[in-house]
Ligand binder design. Structure first.
Ligand code: GLP
Length: 259
């Protein structure tokens, strides 16, 4: 696992975007996208590189981590709509190549299985972008999630619903249930790139990176993966005990070594 601590959140987004762009240029056929505010800077950078540097996503399949259950189709806060508005409508990727779990399916377990099958058919996912919830969730894998879980229905915690209420008209409008890739599904990706910014993420980042591997901090599963890049700004790195070491390692990164 490589920890990179940037001075600002904007720098974290630019760095993350550059890392993902390198994976796409290296021939990634499938990429994993996350929603929430954490990856927005990375998406801005990828859009800029598409516009200014001929970065192309033609032929790439994109898979979202998760989706709310029972939001009306086209709801502005559905993750399928969010990712189109914020990212994929600004690059050269077909709508049909952007996949998300079907949160309006009549048979949700079947929709979860179908999503796993779609990832398996197009995958493996070369690079998966991740944010982190204040309680350590990735995707919508709340604390207690099996460390080898696959795509399934989860119930959101009150804290996650409260954290996400800012996107909805009222807190009660936040759905209670979701479909999310499991921690096992996420772990199948070749490269995990987590972005965490702001002081509200500091405790979760420290637990994920330096705490025990535990279902009670789902992001700690990153410690079991062979290729992980965690990018934080200074405020999200504030609770790390080994921050000086991570800064030293990055400042002395061998020139031949990518991310
Ligand atoms: C949301 C999403 C996650 C996201 C996290 C943090 O609920 N399901 O994929 O990483 O919570 O969101 P934000 O980046 O807005 O803080």
């Amino acid at each position: 696992m490589e920890l990179v601590i940037t001075d600002t959140a904007d720098q974290a987004g630019v760095l993350a975007g550059g890392i993902i762009a390198a994976d796409v240029r290296a021939g990634a056929r499938a990429i994993g996208l996350a929603t929430g505010s954490s990856p927005l800077g990375a998406y801005r950078e990828l859009i800029r590189r598409h516009r200014d540097e001929d970065l192309s996503f033609a032929g790439v399949q994109a898979f979202l981590l998760d989706e709310y259950i029972d939001l009306p189709a086209g709801h502005p806060q559905s993750y399928a709509r969010f990712i189109r508005d914020e990212f994929t409508s600004h690059i050269d990727i077909d709508d049909a190549a952007v996949h998300s779990p079907d949160g309006n399916a009549a048979d949700l377990p079947a929709a979860a299985a179908a999503y796993e099958a779609a990832i398996a058919a197009a995958g493996p996912v070369a690079v998966q972008i991740l944010g982190i919830g204040a309680n350590g969730h990735i995707g919508f894998n709340e604390p207690g999630s099996s460390l080898r879980s696959r795509t399934r229905v989860k119930t959101l915690t009150p804290r996650t619903r409260a954290d996400n209420a800012r996107f909805f008209d009222t807190p009660d409008d936040v759905p209670t249930h979701v479909l999310t890739q499991g921690l096992g599904t996420i772990s199948d990706a070749g490269h995990l790139v987590m972005i965490a910014t702001g002081p509200s993420k500091a405790a979760a980042v420290a637990a994920a990176v330096e705490g025990p591997v535990s279902a009670f901090c789902p992001a700690s599963i990153l410690q079991m993966h062979p290729h992980v890049t965690v990018i934080t700004d200074e405020s999200a790195a504030a609770a790390l005990t080994q921050g000086d070491y991570y800064r030293f390692a990055h400042a002395n990164k061998p020139h031949w070594q990518g991310y």
